[in-house]
Design a protein around this ligand. Structure first.
Ligand code: SF4
Length: 394
């Protein structure tokens, strides 16, 4: 029997269908495929996917509803001057779109997420709800001990809920599964930096969003098929600049906005849109004591990519961004932050200060997940691209 490589059109159509399925039908299908399977929602930005997966639960990143549903009831829960993500997430829950989930994990990203976790507890008592407050520093040994305790408690509780034993072997397998997916994530990042004309931002985005709610090895297989099909396109490079997109790590911009920025003249070769499903430093490595939870904790604490939602205790975020720009061969940076997102917007000045010192061009704009008009952003991105091409600066 021969297996046929699917066309790129078929792969992208499948990715679009997954993305548009707000009822998470593919998650339901996975749960129904065997006994002892749960699904646990994870809010941005970083969630302990290995721990959840080890308990027999599929981690499902919930990144708001975007522009896929209209937010009405969710608005009633919040004042107007905060971001849109918590409103549309509540709307998804209140309308039953998240009924397939058995629980939700709220990593401490900001006050908005913290408040949302409280609302979730009262609105959805059937869910296991956890607010996870990871330590902001890796230095004291107590940080590791504390996080070990938190994750072990989560692991045991999920295992008990799922009717499985919380044995270390489950964690070992989960670490291996996500390491396999991370290999392909790194290949995807390299391919898009090498040939962005063959891997448009919209498709890469859909592929990474698929990782939000797929078993890791299934996603790795899908991503390899996409990489093969994209490489076979053989497109020619266009006269566009190469940029890193920074600041969109939580509430997501509409896909049409990403397309508009790229069509205006910017190949987006690097972004922080889906940080939680990308390797954020070395994978967990088992130490001499063989404790897999300790390995997960150590990897969490030693992440290499700074983030606005984590205290930058050594003040290196700007320098690391500048080094990343150089490493991926970008011509500049586009800061794209959700309106009213304190972590992203308060982070920008310390990043732009370093970019100014190193003459790295940048531009910035704000959006909401349900923004419908992109003309101004298209013009701004186009002007930025032209300025960099003409003068090497914005
Ligand atoms: S978009 Fe920004 S402010 Fe809103 S929940 Fe996310 S991190 Fe917090």
């Amino acid at each position: 029997m021969t297996t046929t490589q699917p066309t790129i059109e078929a792969l992208v159509a499948d990715l679009e269908a997954r993305f548009d399925d707000v009822d998470l039908g593919h998650v339901r299908a996975w749960k129904d495929g065997a006994r002892h399977r749960l699904a646990v929602g994870c809010l941005p930005v970083f969630a302990p996917r290995e721990v959840i997966w080890a308990a027999g639960a599929l981690p499902v990143f919930v990144r708001g509803a975007g522009d896929r549903i209209e937010t009405i009831r969710g608005d009633a829960y919040y004042q107007s001057y905060i971001c849109h993500l918590p409103r549309s997430t509540l709307e998804l829950g209140l309308l039953g779109h998240l009924d397939v989930l058995d629980g939700m994990v709220f990593p401490n990203t900001c006050d908005v997420i913290r408040n949302l976790s409280g609302m979730w507890q009262t609105s959805f008592p059937q869910h296991i709800v956890r607010f996870l407050d990871p330590p902001q520093t890796a230095e004291p040994a107590s940080a590791a001990a504390y996080l070990h305790h938190e994750l072990t408690t989560l692991f045991r509780d999920l295992c008990a809920h799922n009717g499985v034993e919380p044995v270390p072997a489950r964690l070992h397998l989960a670490i291996a599964d996500y390491a396999a997916a991370n290999v392909v994530m790194r290949e995807l990042a390299a391919a898009r930096q090498r040939e962005p004309w063959n891997l448009p931002v919209d498709e890469v985005y859909l592929l990474k969003r698929a990782a939000d709610s797929m078993p890791p090895r299934d996603w790795a297989d899908l991503a390899r098929r996409y990489l093969a099909a994209a490489a076979a396109r053989g497109r020619k490079p266009e006269d566009r600049i190469r940029v890193c997109l920074v600041g969109s790590f939580c509430e997501q911009p509409p896909r049409a906005l990403l397309r508009a920025a790229e069509k205006a003249g910017c190949y987006i070769i690097d972004d922080d849109l889906t940080l939680g499903v990308e390797p954020n430093g070395p994978d967990p490595l088992l130490g001499d004591d063989g404790d897999p939870m300790a390995a997960i904790v150590a990897a969490w604490l030693r992440t290499t990519r700074p983030s606005a939602v984590r205290y930058d205790e050594h003040g290196t975020a700007g320098r690391i961004l500048a080094e990343r720009v150089a490493a991926v061969g970008a011509d500049g940076v586009v800061f794209a932050a959700p309106s009213f997102c304190d972590p992203a917007l308060l982070d920008q000045p310390r990043l732009t200060r370093v970019l100014d010192q190193r003459n790295i061009p940048y531009t910035s704009f704000k959006y909401a997940e349900n923004t419908g008009q992109f003309q101004a952003i298209r013009e701004q991105a186009g002007t930025f691209a032209d300025s960099v091409k003409l003068w090497g600066t914005a």
